[in-house]
Design a protein around this ligand. Structure first.
Ligand SMILES: NC(=O)C1=CN([C@@H]2O[C@H](COP(=O)(O)OP(=O)(O)OC[C@H]3O[C@@H](n4cnc5c(N)ncnc54)[C@H](O)[C@@H]3O)[C@@H](O)[C@H]2O)C=CC1
Ligand SMILES: Cc1cc2nc3c(=O)[nH]c(=O)nc-3n(C[C@H](O)[C@H](O)[C@H](O)COP(=O)(O)O)c2cc1C
Length: 170
């Protein structure tokens, strides 16, 4: 038998850190005000109805407002938008986070980031409590995906560009 690692928070995180993930700034607005946080725990669920999930730590400063607003926008970052990931990734005052980037709105009123590789404007249709996190089940009511820019990848605790070289670059 192969010797396995003990399953601890540290071994789980170290193994999960090996998985490459797109980086998103998840925003929300409404009666509880504008808020946002950086997330890699975002995943497509089904296209019928168009649904994705977002995992949010209940201790995050954005948590209460996201749940009260009941809407959010998943803004998937371009490789040039690493500074936004850092601004929304914790500790920065909420008003200062939104000083980075240009913002508009679509259907729900959640802030929509200009220049993202995709924007999924969503209603939160279900919430599952799993350990420290809430899994927010989100139905997309409007989508933008206009830029050709490469995406931002987070893997091994570092940022990379998802630029795919074409034949001319090789
Ligand atoms: N730190 C966490 O609370 C959790 C981390 N993970 C996974 O473990 C990997 C390694 O994480 P770290 O060792 O913390 O370093 P990291 O360098 O990958 O994470 C960067 C920052 O993002 C935060 N973060 C990353 N994923 C998160 C999540 N799902 N929920 C809340 N905060 C999250 C971290 O606490 C840290 O402040 C992550 O990339 C993620 O895949 C999974 C669940 C919770
Ligand atoms: C690259 C990266 C990925 C993250 N992914 C998640 C995530 O998927 N879910 C989550 O709850 N927090 C995630 N975080 C942490 C939040 O963005 C934020 O730091 C945390 O909620 C605490 O922020 P606060 O100071 O506003 O409370 C991530 C942070 C970074 C930098």
């Amino acid at each position: 038998m192969i010797e396995n690692l003990p399953v601890t928070i540290a071994t789980f995180r170290d193994a999960m850190a090996r998985l490459g993930a797109a980086v998103h700034v998840v925003t929300s607005a409404g009666t509880a005000g504008a808020t946002g946080f950086t997330a890699t725990a975002v995943c497509s669920v089904t296209d019928t109805p168009p649904t994705l999930l977002v995992c949010l730590n209940r201790n995050a400063s954005a948590y209460a407002a996201v749940v009260e607003n009941g809407v959010l926008c998943v803004n998937t970052l371009a490789s040039t938008q690493q500074a936004l990931s850092q601004a929304f990734g914790g500790k920065t005052l909420m008003a200062e986070r939104f000083a980075h980037g240009q913002w508009t709105t679509l259907q729900t009123g959640a802030p929509v980031l200009h220049g993202a590789i995709a924007n999924f404007d969503c209603r939160i249709v279900n919430v599952l409590q799993i350990g420290t996190h809430d899994v927010l089940i989100c139905e997309a009511v409007a989508i933008l995906s206009e830029t050709e820019s490469p995406g931002l990848l987070y893997v091994d605790r570092n940022y990379h560009s998802l630029h795919t070289p074409n034949a001319g670059d090789r």
